[in-house]
Design a protein around this ligand. Structure first.
Ligand code: EPZ
Length: 460
């Protein structure tokens, strides 16, 4: 096997710690069997930073966003903003300066060319309608973890008074008379649809009432961003959010909330490899549910001022987990957790209720020696969490099963992360392909693996 760059070589003088991450490395050769130990830092949340960048379009003055992760999802949103005339300066240390004063309509093909594999473009609708009275949003990308419709988004935009036409390559929207407040009840506390309503209502004429809203910490952080801009937003404990539209908004200066999903991913890596990982920047409050499950699975953690230390507290134990909206167990956490549960002594169950196809990644884990059975009909339940969803899925994981190396292809962001961790927990060598997808959501991923003592080569 021709080794272009070995992890250990990269850490030699002259290879700069960033050189690995900057390589386009699509394929890793990973030698497993070594615990991951050391410290990683998590920056701002992928699922907040990208939305706060879109919010800058609503301001009449410059916005500054801090702790922005260096990931491809941020790059996609940056180029979409620039295509619309927003100037975005990056100080190279995670601080973005966004100036919307030159915002203009963009051409359809330019938008299409920059939309990438992201779902964020759909959130440009409201801000562009306020700014330009019209918008074109290309068909969305994003992880293939379900059919990921946008019906909640489109019905919300129509409730605000927008005309929405479905074209073969995307949706065209117009609101020549501007947008007015709306009374919207979401069929499901959708994160994206809640963000859609927030980013549209803040500048609509009149008041908007949103019921059955998502209340994830990233949503609350977006509300904080919008309030800094001059928006008037209040919320009640029963998922009801009120927004009073205002005539204008100014720029914000905001430090992103930390990335809970990345923090939980490294915690599961510590469990799966019997390692000991300190995750700098992780905070207990936003991870309470995860920490409970982590402890029940046999993990141990110490909360420090500047982060959380994660490690095994003895043999891993089986757990029964059902994914849910916040404050439940996040669907983004189940994939790395399942890798750890392959090493638990007993039978675990993970019931995925948010997406209809987010357990497909377990097939590759079984190739590596895991014993996971997926029940596509989920667990008998007289109600389905997400309307329209025919199926939920349940994974039954029997452990402990020793894992061995295999040749696997990354299917999506969190599944891909899980494959790498499984390869690091396995005996022998694995080839993991299409690793580029992981860089959509994990900043300096390969550098962090190197810092934790992972033994791998970038081979393609
Ligand atoms: C966000 O996706 C996150 N992505 C996801 O993280 C996360 O898993 C998800 O929220 C749930 O927390 C970003 O923020 C970029 P939803 P989003 O709208 O907004 C259905 C990751 O790994 N639905 O809450 O797309 C939908 O099909 C990613 O970082 C409709 O039916 O999630 C799904 O079954 C993966 N119609 C459920 O609701 C709609 O119009 C939850 O989706 C919208 C959603």
């Amino acid at each position: 096997m021709n080794t272009l760059l070995s992890a250990s070589a990269a850490s030699q003088p002259g290879h700069g710690s960033d050189s690995i991450s900057d390589r386009s490395g699509q394929v890793l050769a990973i030698r497993g069997g070594r615990p991951l130990t050391g410290r990683v830092e998590v920056k701002g949340a992928k699922n907040l930073a990208t939305k706060a960048m879109v919010a800058a379009l609503l301001g009449e003055t410059v916005s500054v966003l801090r702790d922005v992760p260096d990931i491809s999802d941020v790059k996609v949103v940056r180029s979409l903003l620039e295509v619309h005339g927003v100037t975005v300066d990056d100080d190279g240390e995670g601080v973005l300066r966004l100036d919307p004063s030159g915002a203009v309509s963009a051409h359809m093909e330019e938008i299409d060319a920059h939309a990438g594999a992201s779902r964020i473009p759909i959130l440009f609708c409201g801000p562009l309608l306020h700014l330009l009275r019209q918008a074109f949003i290309p068909d969305l990308g994003g992880c293939r973890i379900g059919d990921r419709p946008i019906d909640f988004h489109l019905s919300a935009l129509r409730a605000f008074g927008a005309t929405v036409d479905k074209l073969p390559s995307g949706i065209r929207l117009s609101a020549p008379q501007g947008l007015h407040g709306a009374d919207i009840t979401l069929p499901y506390p959708s994160v994206g649809a809640t963000e859609q309503v927030l980013l549209t209502a803040v500048r609509a004429k009149g008041t908007t009432e949103l019921r059955n809203a998502a209340i994830e910490p990233e949503i609350m952080d977006l509300i904080a961003v919008l309030q800094k801009m001059g928006a008037i937003i209040s919320y009640e404990p029963n998922r009801v959010i009120f927004i009073e539209g205002v005539d204008s908004l100014r720029g914000y200066d905001h430090r992103c909330i930390f990335d809970r999903n990345e923090a939980a991913s490294w915690a599961c890596a510590a469990l799966a490899t019997d390692g000991d990982i300190f995750v700098g920047g992780a905070k207990q409050q936003e991870m309470l549910t995860f920490l409970n499950v982590f402890r029940k699975a046999g993990g141990d953690f110490d909360i420090a001022e500047d982060g959380i230390r994660f490690r095994r507290g003895g043999d891993l134990k089986p757990v029964v987990v059902e994914t849910d909206v916040h404050p439940g167990f996040m669907t983004d956490w189940q994939q790395p957790l399942i890798v750890a549960l392959t090493q638990a002594h007993g039978t675990s169950t993970v019931h995925e209720t948010v997406y209809e196809n987010r357990l497909g990644f377990t097939r590759a884990l079984n190739q590596m020696g895991a014993d996971i059975v997926v029940h596509p009909e989920g667990i008998a339940s007289d109600e389905r969490r997400v309307p329209r969803r025919a199926l939920e899925q349940a994974a039954v994981i029997n452990g402990p099963t020793p894992l061995h190396g295999a040749d696997v292809v990354v299917p999506d962001l969190r599944g891909g992360y899980s494959y790498v961790i499984a390869a690091l927990a396995a005996e022998g060598e694995s080839t993991v392909r299409n690793v580029e997808i992981i860089r959509r959501g994990y900043e300096k991923f390969l550098d962090k693996l190197t810092a934790l003592g992972a033994d791998f080569d970038v081979i393609g």
